[in-house]
Design a protein around this ligand. Structure first.
Ligand code: NAD
Length: 444
């Protein structure tokens, strides 16, 4: 099938590539000419395990093309995916400017029936807005007779395992009232739905809400567990024991109940905010979601609070080794990353940071490269030299079994602030460390 994808970010590039991989003819369109030129050369703008080889193979096979030419894209695909960003507006609502711009572009160039698919995460009612915008532009062009459908097909991939998630999705949500569109979408996704039926068809609004409900549920689990962790810390309980105690109940499960330093990334923060805003707009007070967001904002400040308490409020002139900058492992994405909140607070207090991340160094350089209170180090070990303490923010695999002797030698005081509970407090004490973690260190 001929497919066009607007937007070559985490979602568009991965989805476009996976559709090409199963044999569809895919054209990816982006307004970012540099990105398109890089992709044409086989340079992948994001870090996503397994993606680079697939892009190169499918590009070489002629099934995956990249262009900035929107007209070419609209002519190519019977199915037109909109996979552009929907960043938060100033009031927290989803900014639909890019989505609606693509809708206009499709309408400006289409000459026959098109299925327009909202792949971006968009609030309930967006498909109606896309439909109205397309109809308006077609009317202006004197092509009001052209037919089209707008389908909601939200994406559930996770950065860091996006390729695998697209290859083997848990479910494929298709929101439309048009039976013909359902058939076309079933055919498109048939290669991904072989083992058992993954496709769930529903009305457009329910499909749009499903995406927000899923992310909000996951964010709720994280904030809930962080609340329990803070409580455990004050009560003298061990949140890791509690986590295992509750996770063993299959109704709760082990997923997404790890305490930490708050959720970040491009999705949870903005999607929770956008759903709160959607509710506000219709006069509905979303009490749970507001609490989830408030707990998360506070959680991102807990490491700093522990550092400040440990050093008696005197952070100016101190140097901290920081491991982990990306908002989670296996990505280079630093949008809304807890590391940023921590670093900015440390700088504000007059401290220096020596930082390392396996993948997010370039992104950190882009964001903060001009600061002289930040040193970007080539290895995790290089961050330690002369630092007053080590702070672990992201749980990369390569941080799990470090050389503790070296850490002890290099730090000016053997102190670790662990935002991800990677180590056992008793063993750390045995090794001579002052060790702070989340929900396990009474009195810290
Ligand atoms: P992104 O910011 O990585 O990429 C968006 C791309 O769209 C950019 O390359 C940008 O240049 C391009 N773009 C903007 N306007 C355009 C236009 N008019 N024509 C063509 N291209 C245009 O975004 P992302 O992370 O891929 O997210 C896209 C959407 O998918 C968002 O709504 C997001 O919430 C949702 N989503 C993201 C994830 C994730 O893990 N990143 C997961 C599920 C859903």
């Amino acid at each position: 099938m001929n497919v066009t994808v607007f937007g070559t970010g985490y979602v568009g590039l991965v989805q476009g590539t996976m559709l090409a991989e199963v044999g569809h003819q895919v054209v990816c369109v982006d307004v970012d000419a540099e990105k398109i030129a890089a992709l044409e050369q086989g340079v992948i703008p994001i870090y996503e395990p397994g993606l680079e080889g697939l892009v190169k193979e499918n590009h070489a096979a002629g099934r995956l093309r990249f262009t900035t030419d929107a007209a070419e894209g609209v002519t190519h695909g019977d199915i037109q995916f909109i996979a552009v960003g929907t960043p938060p507006d100033e009031d927290g609502s989803a900014d639909l400017r890019y989505v609606l711009k693509v809708a206009e572009t499709i309408a400006a160039h289409m000459t026959s029936h098109r299925i327009i698919v909202d792949k971006s995460t968009v609030p309930v009612g967006t498909a109606d807005r896309v439909r109205a915008r397309v109809a308006e532009v077609l009317e202006q062009r004197g092509r009001a007779a052209l037919t089209f459908d707008v389908v909601s097909n939200p994406e559930f991939l996770k950065e860091g395992s996006a390729v695998a998630d697209c290859q083997k999705p848990d479910r494929i949500i298709i929101g439309t009232e048009d039976p013909e569109s359902v058939e076309v979408m079933r055919e498109l996704y048939a290669p991904f739905s072989r083992q058992h039926e993954k496709i769930i068809v529903m009305d457009v609004k329910s499909a749009e809400l499903t995406k927000y409900a899923a992310n909000s549920m996951l964010a709720t689990k994280i904030s809930f567990m962080n609340e329990i962790a803070n409580l455990a810390e004050q009560l003298g309980a061990d949140v890791e024991a509690v986590r295992q105690g509750i996770g063993s109940d299959p109704r709760i499960g082990y997923h997404f109940i790890y305490p930490g330093v708050g959720y970040g990334g491009s999705c949870f923060p903005k999607d929770v905010q956008a759903l709160i805003r959607t509710a506000d707009d219709i006069g509905f007070d979303s009490k749970v979601l507001k609490a989830v967001e408030a707990r998360n904002a506070e959680q991102k400040t807990t490491l700093f609070a522990k550092l400040r308490a440990h050093f008696g409020g005197e952070l100016a002139g101190r140097t901290f080794a920081l491991w982990g900058l990306a908002f989670k492992p296996n990505t280079d994405d630093m949008r809304e990353a807890p590391s940023r909140v921590l670093m900015e607070a440390l700088w504000e207090a007059g401290a220096r940071v020596q930082a390392y991340d396996p993948e997010a160094m370039e992104e950190t350089q882009r964001l903060y490269g001009n600061r002289d209170d930040l040193a970007l180090c080539g290895t995790k070990e290089a961050t330690l030299k002369g630092a007053d303490a080590l702070v672990i923010v992201t749980e990369w695999q390569s941080f799990r079994a470090p050389d503790f002797e070296l850490i002890q030698q290099q730090l000016s005081q053997p102190t670790i602030f662990d935002g991800r509970n990677l180590f056992d407090p008793a063993r750390m004490a045995g090794k001579g460390f002052t060790y702070y973690s989340v929900g396990r260190t009474p009195g810290a």
